[in-house]
Design a protein around this ligand. Structure first.
Ligand SMILES: Cc1ncc(COP(=O)(O)O)c(C=O)c1O
Length: 373
C-alpha cells in the first residue's frame, strides 16, 4: 500500500532532479568541508570537546526530563546567562534546537489577537511556526519595510509580531533591522530577529541586532541556534525576562520537550568562551567568504554562506559532485529550500580554513562551476 502511495511521488521528484539523498560522512575523511555550518571552526576545538566530555561526566548523557521537571541543570542557567550577556539581552531561554526556539516563541506570542508579519524568505522553522500559531499571517516581499508598515498600520489585531532574519539563510543578505525596529515601535508591534546566521558572524560576533544598537530593547527579541557558530546543538530565545517567564509557562516546544542535552549546552558555552577570547574569528569567516564568492563569480555575501546560482537543480548537484570528486565538499540549495526557485551551489566559509585549503578549494570550485556557465 505504501509503495503505491509513495512511489509515484518519488518518481515525480526524480524526474525534476529534486530527490534528496542522505550521504553518511565517514570518520576521518580527508576533505575540505565547505558544506557544514561550523562557521567558526570549533566543532573539533579541544576546549569545546573537553567541555562536552566533562558535562557528560558531571551530568550524564541526557538531561533526564523536560526543563520544568529535572531537565534544567546549573549548566543550562550558565549558558543562558552567558549568551544573554554576550548578546546584550536581559535574559535567554535555551531550547533543544533552533527550530523549536522559533516554534516556541511564535506560538507563545501568537493566537487570534496577534498578527504575524513574515518576510517571504524566512527559514522553514518560522514558516512552520506561523502555521502552528493560529494567527492571521501576512507574508510580505523580501526586506520590504514599506510593505511591513502597511500591514501593521491596517491591522485589527491588538498585537503584532514581525518575523525576519538578521542574515538570511539562502541569499546571505541582511534585513533592514533599524528600519524594521523603528516601524515596529511606531505601530506597537514586536520585531523577532532570527540570528541563526548572525551569531558569531555579524557585528564582531554578537549578531546583527547588537550591531544595530537594538539589543535590550523591549520590542526587539532574538532567536539563535547553537548549531552553527557555537559548534553544538540547541536553540535560544533572548529578550526581556517577562518574555522568558511567558515562554516557560506557554511555549509548548519548551514545556513538552526534553531539555537541551547538557553536553550540547556545555559545548555551546565553551564555544562562546572561545569566541569571546578570540574575537578575530568572525573577521576570518568574512575573509574566507569573500574568497569563495570571488571563486564562484558572485558578489561578496553578508554572512558565512555564499550562494552561487546555477541553471537548474541537476547542475547544482553535479557541480557539488565535481567538487567532491576533487576533495572539496560543498552543498547545494534546490527547491523547496530556495525562496525564489533558483537552485544554487552553497559554499560555507569557516574561520578555521588554512590558506592552502582555501586556495585549493577556490580553484576546485571555480573549475566546477565554470563547467556550467
Ligand atoms: C535561519 C535559521 N533558523 C533556524 C534554524 C534551525 O536551527 P536548528 O538547526 O538549531 O534547529 C536554521 C537552521 O538550521 C536556520 O538557518
Amino acid at each position: 500500500m505504501l509503495h503505491d502511495w509513495l512511489a509515484p511521488k518519488a518518481a515525480a521528484l526524480e524526474a525534476r532532479g529534486l530527490t534528496r539523498r542522505l550521504r553518511a560522512r565517514a570518520a576521518g575523511e580527508d576533505l575540505i568541508d565547505l558544506a557544514g555550518n561550523d562557521y567558526l571552526g570549533l566543532t573539533r576545538d579541544p576546549r569545546v570537546i573537553a567541555a562536552a566530555a566533562a558535562a557528560v561526566e558531571t551530568w550524564g548523557t541526557g538531561s533526564t526530563a523536560s526543563r520544568l521537571v529535572t531537565g534544567t541543570t546549573e549548566l543550562h542557567e550558565q549558558l543562558e546567562s552567558a549568551l544573554a550577556a554576550y548578546a546584550g539581552q536581559e535574559s535567554a531561554l535555551a531550547f533543544s534546537s533552533g527550530y523549536l526556539a522559533n516554534l516556541g516563541i511564535v506560538t507563545a506570542l501568537g493566537g487570534p489577537g496577534t498578527l504575524l508579519v513574515s518576510d517571504e524568505h524566512v527559514h522553514a522553522s518560522l514558516v512552520d511556526a506561523c502555521r502552528l500559531a493560529r494567527s492571521r499571517v501576512e507574508v510580505v516581499p523580501h526586506n520590504d519595510a514599506e510593505a511591513v508598515e502597511k500591514v501593521l498600520a491596517g491591522r485589527n489585531e491588538p498585537h503584532a509580531l514581525v518575523l525576519t532574519e538578521s542574515v538570511f539563510s539562502v541569499l546571505s543578505d541582511e534585513a533592514p533591522l533599524t528600519e524594521l525596529a523603528a516601524l515596529a515601535l511606531a505601530h506597537d508591534a514586536v520585531l523577532l530577529v532570527d540570528e541563526a546566521h548572525g551569531l558569531g558572524v555579524s557585528g564582531g560576533g554578537r549578531g546583527g541586532v547588537h550591531a544595530a544598537g537594538l539589543a535590550g530593547l523591549d520590542h526587539v527579541v532574538v532567536t539563535m541556534t547553537l548549531s552553527k557558530s557555537l559548534a553544538s546543538q540547541g536553540g535560544v530565545v533572548l529578550g526581556p525576562s517577562v518574555l522568558r517567564d511567558h515562554l516557560i509557562n506557554r511555549a509548548r516546544p519548551f514545556i513538552y520537550d526534553t531539555g537541551l542535552n547538557p553536553a550540547a549546552g556545555a559545548a555551546a558555552l565553551a564555544a562562546l568562551r572561545v569566541l569571546q577570547a578570540e574575537p578575530h574569528r568572525p573577521a576570518a569567516v568574512h575573509a574566507a567568504a569573500a574568497r569563495l564568492a570571488a571563486a564562484g563569480g558572485v558578489p561578496p555575501s553578508r554572512g558565512a554562506v555564499v550562494s552561487v546560482p546555477m541553471p537548474g537543480p541537476r547542475e547544482a548537484v553535479r557541480a557539488a559532485e565535481l567538487c567532491l570528486e576533487n576533495g572539496v565538499r560543498v552543498g547545494s540549495f534546490r527547491p523547496p529550500s530556495v525562496p525564489d526557485g533558483i537552485s544554487r551551489v552553497r559554499l560555507t566559509a569557516h574561520a578555521g580554513l588554512s590558506s592552502t585549503d582555501l586556495d585549493r578549494a577556490c580553484a576546485v570550485i571555480a573549475d566546477a562551476i565554470g563547467q556550467f556557465s
